[in-house]
Write a protein that binds this ligand. Structure first.
Ligand code: ZN
Length: 202
């Protein structure tokens, strides 16, 4: 069996390596990504971009998490429900500090909901929502997230809004673009049209 070569850093196939596009970003707040195991090996998974780019970031793969690993008194969960506070408001009204942690669930909407149900301490955390003014650039699969974003885009909006600085986080979107462009370049045009573009318009 011929094994495909993988980049040990970004976990993509060597030919699809995104490492050269990654720029280090000195974000203020710790972003803790909780990843459903089904996302870990996906070629078009985007949590890895956050992991490689951000200075303050943690990525934990699993379905059950230990409450003791979290500062539950100063953590917020990105989850757009009715009680969620907009990220900008947290900053404007100084409800957060430099030690505040933001938790992002990485998985399909169904899987993310399951992570929440399986980990009651996550349910108790204050929820935060993001303002999304543009359409997702996720041209390969219908976004599994309820807000229609890929995980890296969700992280981009969250951190940009918390720090009121979108320029600083733009490299995240540039790496994402590169990854999507590469994946699309590997698909014959007719197939891309019928299997992806048409489906995205459902
Ligand atoms: Zn790489």
């Amino acid at each position: 069996m011929v094994k495909r070569a993988f980049c040990v850093n970004c976990f993509k196939a060597s030919s699809a390596c995104i490492c050269a596009t990654i720029k280090s970003i000195n974000n203020v707040h710790l972003l803790h990504i909780l990843q459903d195991p089904s996302e870990e090996k996906k070629a078009i998974g985007t949590a890895r971009i956050l992991k490689l780019s951000l200075k303050r970031v943690k990525l934990t793969v699993g379905t059950l998490f230990d409450e003791q690993d979290f500062d539950v008194n100063n953590s917020y969960l990105l989850f757009p429900n009715e009680e969620a506070l907009p990220a900008e408001r947290l900053t404007d009204e100084v409800m957060i500090n430099k030690k505040s942690t933001f938790i992002l669930l990485d998985g399909s909407w169904k899987k993310a909901y399951k992570l929440l149900m399986n980990n009651p301490f996550l349910q108790k955390l204050p929820k935060v929502s993001i303002n999304v003014d543009i359409k997702s650039n996720y041209r390969l699969r219908k976004s599994p997230r309820e807000d229609g974003l890929s995980t890296v885009e969700a992280g981009y909006y969250l951190l940009s809004q918390l720090e009121n600085n979108s320029e600083k986080f733009n490299p995240l979107l540039e790496s994402f673009e590169f990854m999507i462009d590469y994946q699309i370049s590997q698909i014959p045009p007719a197939i891309y049209q019928s299997h992806y573009l048409d489906k995205l318009q459902d």
